[in-house]
Ligand binder design. Structure first.
Ligand SMILES: Cc1ncc(COP(=O)(O)O)c(C=O)c1O
Length: 459
């Protein structure tokens, strides 16, 4: 979609909305809301200037954090809907967009292999979605601990504090995945009520062996929640003819009790779009509450009746609905093709790193997050020398006047990787490595350029 299409279609949509409003008698905006043209011009000029920062998040040269621009259709749909500003809490406030949410949530559920008897909704983030899943887990097993990998996102520990529930760390292996033997031993004590597995950890992008974990939780009668905030959309690849990832963990999500996915990560959405799904709609009983101010317009389900948050942007539902109409959740087209390309980027980069004598992959990438370090050109490969080189590369590549690339770093404990990286001399308890997220489909073609730019800074 080019810029002209973008503006043209946006204007068309606004015109249609305007025509809709013309059904009502016109009214003058109250003078208290009036702002002079000059003020608007100067504020917008200042805004544009302040947004001109050095980080080109949307460009393939940016491979740092989990950031990419929403798809233009999502931007148009979101911005258009903002002129109505619906609230998906209740049908009273979000009549049209609640219906859109009810259409997209089953599509997300189907992506994970959930049947029609699921329950779910959009949230404002992965944090809120996970909090909600753990809240329900605690309602079901009130006196038991929640076991979470030591590699899981910090949001789970924080949720444990809010819920006043013990969060028990599960040791991970040198690939950053849950150590299944350690989990098995932990579950034998009988005091864990829920296990949280991650499909795509924030640091290393590792995918826990959800299929093995599911076997253990089923045997122990324990709930399983999957945090697929980052990696959830790779479930599409798992169901494709030629999966370029290990499909087993993703296919096992169908058996998990709950799952979280962030459309604002790999789903091309503006921020403010997470989702939580439960396999069994019976968990709806834990949401029952009275809201004498809302829910009076119809007996149909109001989304606030099944969500922790009250107000939620209807525009988020509209943006996701429009995006999935254009790029459906299919294995070999739509969003499936996009994650196939980002996985290709991850694999391509891993090969270049493996083939270079000075570069070392921290772990083999499970998805499209690539982590590596560089051996110093001379002297011992101590953790401090590797970390210093990581910092030099991180700063040097970003400030390269000709070929800048933007990376991120990750601090890893000695215990995590000492067995898989025996050449590191541990003169300090942690090592800092480079961690890059190649989540834009364009990255697949840009990997050689990014690698060449990094190689210019290793000495
Ligand atoms: C695996 C995982 N879970 C949860 C979160 C938190 O999601 P959010 O930033 O949408 O609150 C993140 C964020 O990076 C994540 O990577």
């Amino acid at each position: 979609m080019n810029d002209e299409q973008f503006t043209g279609q946006f204007e068309q949509a606004l015109e249609a909305l305007q025509t809709g409003l013309e059904r009502w008698e016109s009214f003058e905006p109250d003078p208290t809301t009036a702002v002079g043209d000059e003020r608007i011009t100067s504020v917008l000029a200042e805004l544009t200037e302040r947004l001109q920062i050095d980080y080109p998040y949307g460009h393939p040269r940016y491979a740092g954090q989990m950031l990419k621009p929403p798809h233009p259709i999502a931007i148009i749909a979101y911005a258009t809907t903002m002129f109505v500003n619906p609230n998906n809490h209740a049908l009273d406030g979000g009549a049209a967009t609640s219906q859109m949410e009810k259409e997209v949530v089953p599509q997300l559920a189907q992506m994970f292999g959930y049947s029609d008897s699921h329950l779910g909704h959009l949230t404002s983030s992965g944090t809120i979605a996970n909090l909600e899943a753990l809240w329900i887990a605690r309602c079901i097993n009130p006196d038991k601990a929640i076991a979470v990998s030591d590699q899981a996102h910090y949001t789970h520990a924080r949720a444990g504090e809010l819920l006043r529930t013990e969060i028990r760390p599960i040791p991970s292996d040198s690939n950053g995945r849950i150590n299944v033997d350690a989990l098995s031993e932990m579950l034998s004590a009988g005091d864990v009520g829920t296990v949280v597995a991650t499909a795509g950890t924030t640091g290393l992008g590792a995918v826990d062996p959800i299929h093995d974990i599911r076997r253990l939780t089923a045997e122990a009668g324990v709930r399983l929640h999957v945090d697929a905030a980052y990696g959830g959309f790779f479930s599409l690849l798992a169901r494709s003819q030629e999966p370029t990832i290990d499909p087993a963990p993703f296919l096992a999500i169908a058996e998990a009790d709950s799952v979280v996915v962030d459309p604002h990560k790999h789903g091309l959405q503006p921020y403010g779009c997470g989702a939580v799904l439960f396999r069994d709609a019976a968990v709806g009983q834990y949401y029952v509450h009275d809201s004498p101010y809302t829910y009076f317009t119809s007996d149909e389900l109001h989304l606030g009746e099944i969500s922790l948050e009250c107000s939620r942007a209807g525009a988020s539902a509209a943006a996701l609905w429009a995006t999935l109409k254009c790029l459906p959740l299919e294995a070999d087209s739509g969003l499936g093709l996009i994650v196939r390309r980002t996985r290709e980027a991850g694999l391509r980069w891993a090969k270049l790193l493996r083939d270079h004598p000075r570069f070392r992959l921290t772990v083999e990438p499970d998805l499209d997050i690539v982590s590596f370090y560089v051996l110093p050109g001379d002297g011992a490969p101590t953790a401090s020398a590797i970390s210093a080189l990581t910092r030099r590369i991180f700063d040097g590549t970003e400030h390269d006047p000709e070929e800048p690339v933007y990376l991120a770093t990750l601090r890893i404990d000695q215990a995590q990787i000492e067995s898989s990286h025996p050449e590191i001399v541990w003169d300090q308890p942690t090592v800092e490595v480079l961690r890059c997220v190649v989540m834009k489909p364009e990255h697949a073609d840009w990997i050689p350029t990014i690698q060449a730019a990094i190689e210019r800074h290793i000495d």
